[in-house]
Design a protein around this ligand. Structure first.
Ligand SMILES: Cc1cc2nc3c(=O)[nH]c(=O)nc-3n(C[C@H](O)[C@H](O)[C@H](O)COP(=O)(O)OP(=O)(O)OC[C@H]3O[C@@H](n4cnc5c(N)ncnc54)[C@H](O)[C@@H]3O)c2cc1C
Length: 402
């Protein structure tokens, strides 16, 4: 056992910390004020290889592995959660799924451009009536000659309003699981309409969208994998996506702790720092220890994946635990900041929402608990989809030194 980050991993984390401090921090207020999709910032991150850790050099990746990807996602989310959605859309759920399940033409067309942010992608699974129950998808893809005709809709699809394309899941037959297939859909295809979703709780930096397919004719060559493989593809994609959601949660949780520590050390009441009060200490101690435990779990998930394991189980553990710990840390930060939680000059309100979002997206905490408990009871093996998983062979050994 070795709990130290290697020099290589440390250097990757340092690069992310430096970028967050020198490039994101100074423009935070401006980005929040503009409240628009930050494509230029994403391109700068892409230029540094921030989205390419698990991709082969052939497609513009850095071959530095899953743990590296988690470290970068954590440090960027710590400074600006809203921009960290890109670690899923531009990296783990959209192009990584094409890398793993696509053919050479599809990889050549989409992978390098997406991790370089020349193309913006999305992961289109959720529908108005199919959310936690992904197999209930109603969007249909009817084969007609050399095309599929898409009808239906998606909702809550992050980056869809700014996208060049996305991957979607649609029904090609009535069978609940074998009837799902996956497609690559250009956003400017006739019959596709995308509407940005805005609310007081959703940031314009990472808006989701609703997508409508109205007799949309899609060339059959846009089928990803084989017809009927959709459920295997989405299970595989969510396993990798849950690693970066867990890492992003960790970053938000750490940001909550950073804010708590500063405030408890500076705010005076009853002629002393509020950090002197036992109740405030308890909140700080709990967040510190829970975040440390969560960090071990997230890093281990990446470490296992770097060694060729699918680690579905660890993705459920770490996504569940990291997001719940972060949600609690955000609540603690709110208690410690009192009225100032609601002041525009403080980050606490934003962090509280971010901490809640990560408990919902890519499989809610209740869904993760179900996976974890069924596995513990030996009713359903959490690794049962590992048999259907597909991973493009990327050799990380040069970076990991093993
Ligand atoms: C900001 C944001 C971004 C998102 N981005 C994307 C995206 O890019 N792509 C995408 O496809 N989706 C995206 N989503 C959708 C997200 O994945 C879904 O919201 C999530 O899967 C849960 O769906 P739901 O909120 O409609 O809840 P529902 O599935 O309707 O569930 C409602 C409640 O019931 C509980 N529940 C449901 N089934 C069970 C069960 N079997 N056991 C126990 N409890 C259960 C849930 O945990 C929840 O508490 C995004 C959501 C948000 C908020």
């Amino acid at each position: 056992m070795d709990f130290e980050l290697s020099e290589n991993h440390q250097a990757i984390r340092d690069a992310a910390v430096e970028f967050a401090r020198k490039r994101i921090q100074p423009q935070l207020a401006d980005l929040k004020k503009k409240n628009q999709f930050p494509k230029k910032l994403l391109q700068e991150m892409a230029d540094l290889g921030f989205f390419g850790c698990t991709f082969p050099e052939k497609y513009g990746g850095t071959e530095t592995g899953f743990l590296s990807q988690a470290l970068i996602a954590e440090e960027i989310a710590r400074v600006l959660f809203e921009v960290s959605f890109a670690f899923n859309m531009q990296c783990m759920t959209c192009p990584f799924t094409i890398l793993n399940w696509g053919n050479d033409q599809q990889r050549d067309r989409y992978v390098a451009d997406t991790i370089a942010c020349r193309k913006i992608g999305y992961f289109g699974l959720t529908e108005p009536n199919a959310a936690s129950d992904a197999a209930a998808i109603q969007t249909s893809a009817r084969k007609e000659g050399d095309s599929y005709i898409l009808n239906g809709s998606k909702i809550w699809i992050t980056y869809a309003p700014f996208s060049d394309y996305g991957i979607i899941f649609a029904r090609t037959s009535e069978d609940r699981y074998q009837g799902l297939s996956c497609f690559i859909v250009p956003s400017d295809l006739p019959g596709v309409k995308i509407v940005e979703m805005r609310s007081k709780f959703l940031s314009g930096l990472s808006s989701p969208g609703e997508i409508y397919f109205d007799d949309c004719r899609l060339p059959a060559e846009n089928l990803l994998g084989e017809e009927g493989q959709g459920f295997a593809i989405l299970s595989s994609a969510l396993n990798y996506g849950r690693l970066t959601v867990a890492a992003r949660s960790l970053g938000i949780g750490q940001a909550c702790l950073d804010e708590m520590l500063f405030y408890a050390d500076n705010r005076m009441q009853f002629q002393q720092k509020i950090g002197r009060f036992q109740s405030v200490k308890a909140l700080i101690a709990e967040a510190t220890v829970e975040l440390e435990a969560s960090r071990m779990m997230v890093y281990r998930n990446g470490w296992l994946k770097d060694r060729g394991k699918t680690a579905f189980r660890e993705s459920a553990y770490s996504k569940y635990f990291a997001s719940e710990v972060t949600h609690r840390a955000a609540e603690a930060a709110m208690k410690i900041h009192g009225a100032y939680s609601f002041h525009d000059e403080y980050r606490i309100g934003d962090l509280y929402i971010a901490g809640a979002v990560v408990t919902v997206a890519e499989g809610s905490s209740f869904i993760q608990r179900g996976i974890i408990a069924d596995d513990a009871l030996s009713w359903k093996d959490a690794e049962r989809y590992a048999a259907f998983d597909k991973r493009y062979p990327v050799d990380f050994s040069g970076f990991l030194g093993h």
